[in-house]
Design a binder for this molecule. Sequence first.
Ligand code: CA
Ligand code: CA
Length: 189
Amino acid sequence: MKRIVLSGILLAALSTLGTSLSAQSFDECGFLVDGVECTLFQSDQGGLYIVSTAGFSTGDYIRVTGTFDPSCISFCQQGNGCVFGGATTLCGVLPSPEYIRGDANVDGSYNISDAITLLGAFFTPGASPLLCSDAADANDDGSLNIADAIFVLGGLFSSGDMPPFPFPNCGADPTATDSLDCGEFTLCP
Ligand SMILES: [Ca+2]
Ligand SMILES: [Ca+2]
């Protein structure tokens, strides 16, 4: 009986060891960044990894697949481990930044200044460019034009609609299929 219990414990210990040593598959997107000794992969899920850069360079947004080894030995001291045996390709989808729709001047409020900013961007030569086109697309029709300014004015002064999501709080674009982009919306994470 004692022997059976003992071998059970031994088996449990061995299987725990086996789990901790077994390779973990890795498939994440992130940016290549400059480390102290080498180029590292900064995953969107967190962590810095040593990967095969496959000709990509710092600043590229890539997808790394392979097997993850948390305790690899490398000249690159900073990483949280290595990924090997897989592939490195461009990652298809950039992480979409969050923004507040309709807040064209990116000040955290939705008011007449946003309509003025829109009209200025469309009609005043030399006006500063819109910081976040997605936010400026107040009516969420995928294009930027005077209709957005009219939509803002209508919502504020003649019981028109308020902007579709994300509004009035920060959120990521649910329809990222249009050609608009959000360059900068510093008020959102
Ligand atoms: Ca505003
Ligand atoms: Ca629009």
